[in-house]
Design a protein around this ligand. Structure first.
Ligand SMILES: N[C@@H](CCC(=O)N[C@@H](CS)C(=O)NCC(=O)O)C(=O)O
Length: 219
């Protein structure tokens, strides 16, 4: 019985785990939850993706960060590459975890709270959306400031921090972050364009385009 990685094409956090499973030829079956809802719901009452399960061996993982860690450490055969992706010192590992956690928690939550109502995924309220915009700008500015002085989030090459964060920025770049937005956040944009070309994730990103226009409030 294969290990299953449940994802949904509509969700952000599973993007990079699916890319890694494919890149490392992990033999993991990536299953869209919509095609196996009964089993998914039975085993994962929180109803969130990504999750990893092998019903024969008992492997059971939830939380994107734990799944990145498992896939890289289990299926990457080159110890040097593992160190490059996950960090080679305690400080590097910790910094990578810092950016991964920020990306899959506060960043993506604020991004969705701000853009979701503009895109019709959530109800729109003018005051709440202004507040959500401010909240999002705070977290986006943390990335922008850091990337002004650093080519990557941690160290001098692409790490899992960059890959993970690129998945979280995808929602914005796909649906909202147009050229005007990029002028306000030039370092995020430069970094995103480079990281999304990385072979670890390029299969997913290579046919994706930057949004042409920022979504406007409903009339
Ligand atoms: N803490 C979890 C959060 C997972 C999560 O919220 N995933 C979203 C998709 S990006 C989800 O499954 N949402 C469905 C729902 O909330 O019902 C992690 O880091 O993986």
């Amino acid at each position: 019985m294969p290990t299953i990685l449940y994802y949904s094409p509509n969700f952000i956090r599973p993007i990079i785990p699916v890319c890694l499973a494919q890149y490392f030829k992990a033999g993991i079956e990536c299953v869209d939850i919509a095609t196996d809802m009964e089993n998914f719901t039975k085993d994962f009452p929180l109803h969130k993706c990504p999750v990893l399960i092998n019903r024969e061996t008992g492997l059971y993982l939830t939380e994107a960060i734990s799944i990145y860690n498992y896939i890289v450490k289990t299926f990457c055969n080159d110890p040097e590459e593992v160190k490059k992706l996950l960090g080679s010192t305690v400080l590097e590992e910790s910094e990578i975890l810092r950016w991964e956690s920020l990306s899959v928690s506060d960043f993506v939550d604020r991004e969705f709270n701000y853009l979701g109502p503009l895109l019709g995924f959530l109800p729109y309220d003018t005051d709440a959306n202004l507040q959500a915009e401010k909240q999002f700008d705070v977290v986006a500015q943390i990335f922008e400031d850091h990337l002004k002085n650093n080519q990557y989030l941690v160290g001098s090459h692409i790490t899992l921090a960059d890959l993970c964060a690129s998945g979280s920025f995808f929602f914005g770049f796909n649906f909202a972050f147009d050229e005007n937005w990029s002028q306000q956040y030039p370092n995020i944009t430069r970094w995103y364009k480079e990281v999304t070309k990385s072979p670890y994730v390029s299969n997913f990103f290579n046919d994706k385009k930057q949004a042409k226009a920022f979504p406007q409030p409903p009339k």
